[in-house]
Design a binder for this molecule. Structure first.
Ligand code: SF4
Length: 394
């Protein structure tokens, strides 16, 4: 049986929700300086235009906290209503202060209340507990403000920034990452805070995948059902960054894990959104466009498969949820496009058979007319809609 989506609680981030049966949300993070309000607005406008659903910005100092209401005011004037998440490291006070102006706060359990000293020493159980008590005291004011302003919280663990305490007990491992998050979750739950989202990021997809799997097991044991934010951190750029993200995020989505995703690319942030949509579409986690199934072509191919596929995509890529198979020949073609709604299959040199589901509805159409005939067939079957302006092909 195919995996089903993991059951989670629903968490609100401003006007949208994640987890439960909500669509898997796409998010990104600004690359500009948070104190440069104009640059932030420019970038937010570009992200909004490609339908980025949640926008994170870094808050490294009080000046950045002070910028956030100015950014939001400008967003309001431009009619941009995207939830804003503050990303805070090293300084619990900033996390507390920014609550008033954002929808969600992200903290890193590795550095929220710990400074990395790279000390090698064994912690006794009593010393370990003392550390946890210290973290709890630092979290209490944040929990208070998160509740006061109706915010959610992401406990975002990073493989590269585990605290000395965890490194000494668990090493640089997925187990250490999971325990790092669980320590925070137990404190949050003790103080009746449940609006929590978790992430386990690493630049190594194998580590990241394992950490998320172990986290889910551990949470289930403790009756915790918080949503997951998936991402491969520092994935890089161009093809490498896209493949690494697709492997890490895609693998977990195929297992039914993940409620929001961020593709981290060393490129303009708006470039991340089509990749994220493509990962969701390819794993059938969220459908944005037409699903195309096309064979790689071989010596049996009866028509120019590459140019025909492009031609069909250009005309039909906006048909959300419709599956179209483009196959070079009838030998393997119809069998391999089993779950497609429509099939465009080579039947002889430059001759095409068209299928509706498994039924062949037109035979040996000259290839010159076959794309038009395919579109007519989609229309006749009531599955056509006109393309929106600026239709974006994934
Ligand atoms: S469907 Fe036909 S043309 Fe396409 S790869 Fe398979 S055998 Fe070759």
């Amino acid at each position: 049986m195919l995996p089903v989506r993991r059951h989670t609680r629903t968490v609100s981030i401003g006007s949208i929700k994640i987890g439960g049966t909500e669509p898997i949300r796409i998010q990104s993070m600004l690359t500009c300086d948070t104190t440069d309000v104009d640059a932030c607005i420019e970038e937010i406008t570009r992200l909004d235009a490609v339908d980025c659903e949640i926008i994170r910005l870094t808050v490294p100092n009080q000046k950045s906290v002070d910028s956030v209401p100015l950014i939001r005011e400008e967003m309001r004037k431009r009619g941009i209503e995207r939830p804003i998440v503050a990303d805070v490291h090293f300084n619990p006070k900033l996390a507390v202060n920014v609550c008033e102006f954002v929808d969600k706060v992200r903290i890193n359990p590795g550095n929220y209340a710990d400074r990395k000293k790279f000390e090698v020493r064994e912690y006794t159980d009593a010393q370990y507990q003392e550390e946890l008590d210290r973290i709890e005291q630092k979290l209490i004011p944040l929990i208070k403000n998160l509740k006061k302003y109706g915010n959610s919280l992401r406990v975002g663990t990073n493989h590269g920034s585990l605290s000395d305490r965890l490194m000494n007990r668990y090493g640089d491992t997925p187990e250490g990452m999971v325990e790092s998050a669980m320590e925070f979750l137990r404190i949050l739950r003790k103080h009746d805070f449940e609006e929590t989202v978790l992430s386990m990021k690493s630049s190594n997809p194998k580590v990241m995948i394992e950490a998320y799997r172990q986290l889910v097991q551990k949470m289930e044991k403790e009756d915790m059902h918080y949503p997951l934010h998936l991402g491969v951190t520092e994935a890089g750029n161009e093809l490498d960054g896209r493949i690494k993200s697709a492997i890490g995020i895609g693998t977990l989505l195929c297992e039914g894990l993940g409620d929001t995703i961020r593709v981290s690319l060393t490129e303009p942030s708006e470039n991340e959104i089509p990749v994220a949509k493509s990962i969701l579409q390819s794993t059938r986690s969220r459908i944005y466009n037409t699903d195309f199934i096309s064979c790689p072509s071989c010596g049996r191919t009866f028509f120019d498969l590459a140019s025909t596929t492009e031609k069909i995509k250009a005309r039909t890529s906006h048909l959300k949820g419709v599956k179209i198979a483009i196959m070079g020949c009838v030998v393997n073609g119809p069998g391999e496009m089993a779950d497609a709604d429509f099939g465009y299959v080579g039947s002889g040199p430059d001759k095409i058979n068209l299928f509706h589901g498994k039924t062949c509805v037109s035979r040996n159409i000259p290839a010159d007319h076959a794309v038009e005939r395919l579109i007519e067939l989609i229309q006749e079957c009531g599955m056509w809609s006109d393309p929106p302006e600026n239709n974006q092909i994934l």
